[in-house]
Design a protein around this ligand. Sequence first.
Ligand SMILES: [Fe+2]
Length: 538
Amino acid sequence: MGRPERIDTADFPAAVAAGWDRRRFLTATTAAAALAFSVGTPQRSEAKIVEDALPYPYTMGVASGDPLPDAVVIWTRLAPKPLEPYGGMPQASWRVEWEMAEDPDFSRRVLRGRTLAHPEYYHSVHVDVRGLRPGREYFYRFKAGGQVSETGRTKTAPAEDANPDRLKFAVASCQSFPDGYYTALRHIADEDLDAVLFLGDYIYESGINSEGGLHEVPEPLPPEFASDAITLERYRLQYSLYKSEPDLIAAHQSAPWIATWDDHEVTSNYVSLDSDSWNQPIDFAVQRANAYRAYWEHLPLRLPEPDGPDLKLYRRFRYGKLAQLDVIDTRQYRDDQAPGSGDSAVRRDPSRTVLGDQQERWLLNGLTNSPARWKLVPQQIPMAQLDSAGGSGLSLNMDAWDGYLPARQRILDAVRESGTENFVVLTGDAHTNYALELLADFDNLESQPVGVELVGTSICSDRDGADTTPALQTRLVENPHLKFANQQRGYLLCTVTPELLSTDFKIVPYVTRRDAPISVRQRIVVESGKPELILDSA
Ligand SMILES: [Fe+2]
């Protein structure tokens, strides 16, 4: 479809009224009421509060995320029967207690509290636990309906003025349930990490057959799974299936997550309020509101609940003076993809944006004024140029930064002109491992790098994959700034010190069977102050 007229989402309720159900919305007296109705999620009520006994409700485990020096968000969802509507919970608000300790036996408990799991939030619980000490490991658990959850382990960020000697995190993305097993996530759970960065495609919106695709399920999936997600209930069901997987639960339980989304949390290759599946942007806005809400309900995010089609997900984390993480969102605010795969005037149009003006200003300002040594940018789509055509001519992915050349150039120019060192982009989306140097000017492949990009492969999307393919070999020839490529499944294990960023590209040999072992396919090192990739042969 062509690019639709841009909608000012401040006018969303009126636009919904125009395009969706005029008569009902014209009777709504406030924007909030209209929005709440449009996504089928009434404002949180003071419904009946219940403390009755429950069957074991923590079928999706526990999670933590968004670590600050003094705070971390802890999460769970009460769902005794995860694939039933409302997870098998009655339509009432349940009393939930939580506690946090310095040891896994809870003998050194530091904080405890009570909250409510509301049906309007699908009985999910997000507690922003404040008053913690910086750079410390903590353990947490929940109690509801007479049942105690398993214990999660989390960690706060160091104090902003601290000089930590090490930060260790995993980079993961793309866990298409029907494509295979989450064995790589089990291996992530066995690492001793400060954080897990999850860079999108936490779910895929697509329907799943009753056998669960290649990911065997104990019982046939209900018929609702046959269709793609559009409604809030269907998105919730998709999360309920994905999050019941023990390897994903284990990875959440092991460390705090810092998450951002890509396209499939909503629908394939959408941008802003443009999706190929709808003729009217406003119809897609309703779908996006449903998708964003289900995402918020199921991830340990420090964000207010979304009440419409917008959710500001970009945010910044600091690990003392060692590292800054600018987590960005390349989906919600961008212009439509350029046509074709070759060079074009559209691709070079400086008015087109990936981040939107506000987020772009926020990123450039934060990057170029950071007091931290390493400037890490966890995000979704490959930033470095990646030409897939052999010989002359370009074949580019217009859904990546390649389709928005001036928008990318503004970032590279800002880094170069400000003398910003140790600029590292961390990327998902590609279902391929790549290590790339970010050149000052991709129209001149002999220009100097201003930073590096590490693209992590999928957890299991696109099934087993292969060590290499003819297409990867062509890319290695055509892109001299591409230093390593591999198409197996796994994750990146990154260790940051003041002197070095060391990345292990960790792979599993298969995902279509259980219990694959993990190994390091390649280690790549970046020295502080030198934007170049060193392939470690050890
Ligand atoms: Fe993906």
